[in-house]
Design a protein around this ligand. Structure first.
Ligand SMILES: [Cu+2]
Length: 125
């Protein structure tokens, strides 16, 4: 009887530990929205790409690669984090984007030390 009770307690503790772990994992920086938005068709070239994350991020270890429809990298400024909003990554464009489709490959390091990455596309008409 006693053994069974201890066994149940161990199971409950393990489950609680797992839940605590998964809520930590959920704190990784996920892309919430971007400008231009994913799948957007904009009529004029943006001056910059803006990516909003669910957590604050470290600019020095975060960035993007912008690829044109031929998968050729497009020159951009270095990624920076907005000083009063550290979950926002901003990447200036050195010149206006030509009409075409673009892919943004992003990678960020959140302040909790976790890396995340992803990609999205948009196009300029
Ligand atoms: Cu994390």
């Amino acid at each position: 009887m006693q053994k069974k009770r201890i066994y149940r307690m161990v199971i409950a503790l393990a489950a609680a530990g797992l839940m605590a772990f998964s809520s930590l994992a959920a704190a990784h920086a996920h892309l919430q929205f971007s400008l231009p938005a994913a799948k957007a068709q904009v009529t004029t070239s943006p001056d910059a790409l803006t990516l909003n994350f669910s957590e604050d991020i470290e600019a020095a270890f975060s960035g993007i690669t912008l690829l044109d429809s031929a998968q050729t990298p497009v020159a951009t400024a270095n990624a920076r984090v907005e000083s009063d909003q550290k979950n926002r990554l901003i990447v200036g464009l050195s010149q206006p984007l030509k009409a075409g489709s673009y892919q943004v490959n992003w990678h960020v390091l959140s302040v909790d030390g976790h890396k995340t990455a992803g990609s999205y596309r948009f196009s300029v008409k």
